[in-house]
Design a protein around this ligand. Structure first.
Ligand code: GLN
Length: 313
C-alpha cells in the first residue's frame, strides 16, 4: 500500500499488537513509588481524525499519570490569561539540558528557556495562579481538561501529588531560585502545590487524544465545534512542542517522528498531525532522556505507515 492510503484502524491495531509483544521497554520512572509500581508491559494508543473518528489499541482506556504532558494545557491556559506578556517570564528556545536542569537559570536571571522544562512549567503555573487560591486554580485546570476531553471523570491522583511534593526538592530549588529573581511571584508553596497536582492528573490515551484535538485542528474541534484558541495560537503551541516537547531529546523526536509532541515521565506522549489527527500513546518504560521508549517507536511506525510528517509527504 502507498503511504497515506493505509487503513488507520488496522495500523493502530498492528502497532498495539507489536508493542505489547516487545520487551525492550526501557526503565519505568522510579523517583516516586506510585510511578515505579506501574506495570511496564502496559501499552495504549489512540488516534482521532478530523471527522471525530477514534481508533484505539491496547490499554487505551487505562488511566496513567500524565506528568509533563499537563504542561501543554497549563501553557494554553496561561496564554489565554496573560497573552504575550507570558514571554517576559519564560523563553521559547530548546534547552539542550535535562528537564529538571537548574544550571541555565543562573545565566538567564531566573528566566527559564522554555515552558516545557520543569522551571518553565513552574513559571507558567505561577502566571495562572496570579494571586488566586491554589484550589481555585487547580479546579480551573481540571475543568479545562474535562472540557477538552469531554469527560467529567478525569481527576487528580492525590497519592502521586503527595509524593511529588514529598520528593520535589529539585523543583522547590527551581521555584525558589525563580522567586529570588521575581519570575515566580506567588508564595512558592502555592505555585509548587498547583504544579505537583497538575502533573498528577491521571488520564487515558483516549482522553488525551481527545484533549489534543484543538492543537491538531487549528484551535478548535471540527467535530464538536468547540473553539478553544485561535489558529495562530495552536500553531505556536505546536511549534514549541516540536522544538522543546521532548527536552534534550526533541531533535531526535523530530528526526524520527516528524510531528509536534509532548512527553511525560509517566510514559505518555501526545502528538499532532496538523489538520489530520491527534494522537496519544502510553508505554511506561523510558529512555535515558525520560521519554517513553516504545511510545516513540510506536509513533515512528504510525507516522511512517500513514505518511504523516510536518516536513513533507
Ligand atoms: N512531575 C515531574 C517533575 O516535576 C514531571 C517531569 C516530567 O514528566 N518530565 O519532575
Amino acid at each position: 500500500k502507498q503511504a497515506g492510503t493505509a487503513d488507520l484502524g488496522q495500523v493502530v491495531a498492528d502497532i498495539a499488537a507489536e508493542m505489547a509483544a516487545r520487551t525492550d521497554r526501557g526503565e519505568v520512572a522510579t523517583y516516586i513509588p506510585q510511578l515505579a509500581r506501574v506495570d511496564p508491559a502496559r501499552f495504549g494508543l489512540c488516534v482521532t481524525t478530523r471527522d471525530g473518528t477514534v481508533h484505539t489499541g491496547g490499554d487505551a482506556d487505562v488511566p496513567f499519570s500524565i506528568q509533563s504532558i499537563s504542561k501543554v494545557f497549563t501553557l494554553t491556559i496561561a496564554l489565554g490569561l496573560v497573552g504575550d506578556a507570558l514571554w517576559r517570564k519564560v523563553g521559547r528556545e530548546p534547552s539542550g539540558d535535562p528537564f529538571n536542569s537548574i544550571v541555565q537559570l543562573e545565566h538567564e536571571h531566573g528566566k527559564p528557556r522554555n515552558p516545557f522544562i520543569n522551571a518553565g512549567a513552574i513559571a507558567v503555573t505561577d502566571a495562572i495562579l496570579a494571586g488566586h487560591q491554589p484550589r481555585e486554580t487547580l479546579g480551573e485546570i481540571l475543568r479545562f481538561m474535562r472540557h477538552l476531553a469531554d469527560d467529567e471523570t478525569i481527576s487528580i491522583d492525590e497519592d502521586v501529588a503527595r509524593s511529588e511534593k514529598a520528593t520535589g526538592f529539585r523543583n522547590a530549588a527551581l521555584a525558589n531560585f525563580m522567586r529570588a529573581h521575581g519570575v515566580v511571584e506567588n508564595p512558592v508553596e502555592h505555585t509548587l502545590g498547583v504544579y505537583f497536582h497538575h502533573c498528577a492528573i491521571a488520564m487515558t490515551c483516549r482522553q488525551l487524544a481527545m484533549a489534543s484535538r484543538f492543537l491538531a485542528f487549528g484551535g478548535r474541534d471540527p467535530a464538536s465545534g468547540h473553539s478553544i484558541v485561535s489558529a495562530e495560537r495552536a500553531r505556536r503551541i505546536n511549534a514549541l512542542m516540536l522544538t522543546c516537547g521532548h527536552y534534550d531529546g526533541s531533535g531526535d523526536f523530530a528526526f524520527r517522528v516528524g510531528l509536534p509532541g509532548k512527553s511525560g515521565v509517566g510514559g505518555g506522549i501526545i502528538a499532532v498531525v496538523p489538520n489530520v489527527a491527534s494522537i496519544a500513546v502510553w508505554s511506561p518504560g523510558l529512555d535515558k532522556v525520560g521519554n517513553s521508549r516504545l511510545g516513540t517507536i510506536a509513533l515512528e511506525r504510525l507516522a511512517r505507515a500513514m505518511g504523516w510528517s510536518i516536513f513533507g509527504s
